[in-house]
Design a protein around this ligand. Structure first.
Ligand SMILES: [Zn+2]
Ligand SMILES: [Zn+2]
Ligand SMILES: [Zn+2]
Ligand SMILES: [Zn+2]
Length: 215
């Protein structure tokens, strides 16, 4: 899906495209003010995204990778407790590494594996996989965060059914083959060749239309 989408900066409430948000957050005066209280905890600003879906969040450098996994599951991914893994510098950090001894555990602090400027990735469900790109954008010092803080995320992309109407559902079979043409309004959904039982709701998540994901 090549749709662009905008989202609102959590500090100044202005709207930016996903790829412009990183630059904006580095310059946002309201963010600088909010973070001027001092503190000694190292905090990472991280971006994640897939297609028109993106999120910016902050995590303590001392937080474990599994906390980021939980955050991504809660925001975008969780449907039926599938396995997941991060790929960082060629090493796999898996949610369950008890069977495959080559994989590392996610119970490792972010600052042991990440640094500002590094790209990494995440996969959820190794059958019907949702793949996310991530980047550790920058680091600041501040008060320790109580939880992972979401800074900004995309608004619902402006999806359209092929008839021009707003789509209500997505066909879980067609989403893999024909991309956005799997998006169906109520009327087109009734006539869809795969049958109404294949339809899942349109949701603001890269896992839309996959497995049993309903948001
Ligand atoms: Zn801002
Ligand atoms: Zn599932
Ligand atoms: Zn279909
Ligand atoms: Zn339609």
């Amino acid at each position: 899906m090549n749709l662009k989408s905008e989202g609102i900066c959590g500090y100044c409430k202005k709207s930016f495209a996903g790829n412009a948000m990183a630059k904006h957050l580095a310059a946002c005066a309201d963010r600088a003010k909010a973070n001027s209280k001092g503190g000694n905890e190292r905090i990472f600003l991280i971006k994640s995204g897939a297609g028109p879906f993106w999120v910016y969040f902050e995590a303590n450098a001392s937080d474990k990778l599994e906390k980021v996994d939980d955050f991504l599951r809660g925001l975008w991914l969780e449907c039926c407790g599938h396995l997941s893994a991060f790929q960082i510098s060629g090493i796999t950090y898996a949610s369950d590494n008890t069977e495959d001894t080559d994989d590392e555990s996610m119970k490792i602090a972010l600052d042991k594996v990440l640094a500002s400027g590094m790209n990494f990735s995440h996969e959820y469900d190794f059958g019907t996989t949702t793949a996310l790109g991530l980047k550790c954008l920058s680091e600041r010092k501040g008060e320790k965060l109580k939880k992972i803080e979401m800074i900004a995320r995309n608004d619902m992309p402006d999806f359209k059914c092929k008839c021009g109407n707003k789509p209500k559902d997505v066909c879980s079979q067609c989403i893999f083959e024909i991309g956005p043409e799997a998006l169906l309004c109520k009327e087109c959904g009734k006539k869809h060749k795969c049958g109404e039982e294949m339809l899942l709701p349109v949701v603001n998540s890269p896992r839309m239309g996959m497995c049993g994901y309903t948001g």
